[in-house]
Ligand binder design. Structure first.
Ligand SMILES: [Fe+2]
Length: 132
């Protein structure tokens, strides 16, 4: 599966709860790639993609709630960044089953989701641990 993105230890933030959600996000993204690459029907691809979007939004809300409980100074910026990422992700599916969807999703994961995990969340987890 050429567009599948494997989990790497360098993606870890050190917060097990967040890391488990990130792993699951990658699993769901990879389910979309498998559906595309095995030429599943459009509704199968769409269902897989909708699950990815729903879980991404759930993950962002969950993180925002956590950053809020620890009094993150960057909460507003984090919320804006999450909103932009969710909007971008939603736009990637169209046109459904076009040849570019799988590549665009992989590019987005590499460019945006990896940055989200390895820069923003790693820093936020570090800041949270320093507050304790
Ligand atoms: Fe995250």
């Amino acid at each position: 599966m050429s567009n599948v993105l494997e989990w790497k230890s360098e993606f870890e933030t050190g917060n097990l709860h967040i890391d488990q959600q990130h792993r699951y996000l990658l699993d769901l993204a990879n389910d979309v790639q498998v559906a595309l690459e095995t030429n599943e029907e459009e509704d199968v691809v769409l269902t897989a993609f909708e699950e990815l979007i729903a879980y991404t939004e759930y993950h962002f809300r969950d993180e925002e709630a956590y950053w809020k409980t620890i009094g993150s100074q960057a909460l507003k910026a984090q919320e804006r960044a999450h909103e932009r990422l969710a909007d971008e992700l939603r736009s990637l599916i169209y046109p459904v089953n076009s040849d570019s969807v799988g590549k665009n999703l992989l590019d987005w994961l590499k460019r945006e989701l990896i940055t989200h995990m390895t820069k923003h969340d790693q820093l936020a987890v570090k800041a949270a641990s320093e507050k304790k």
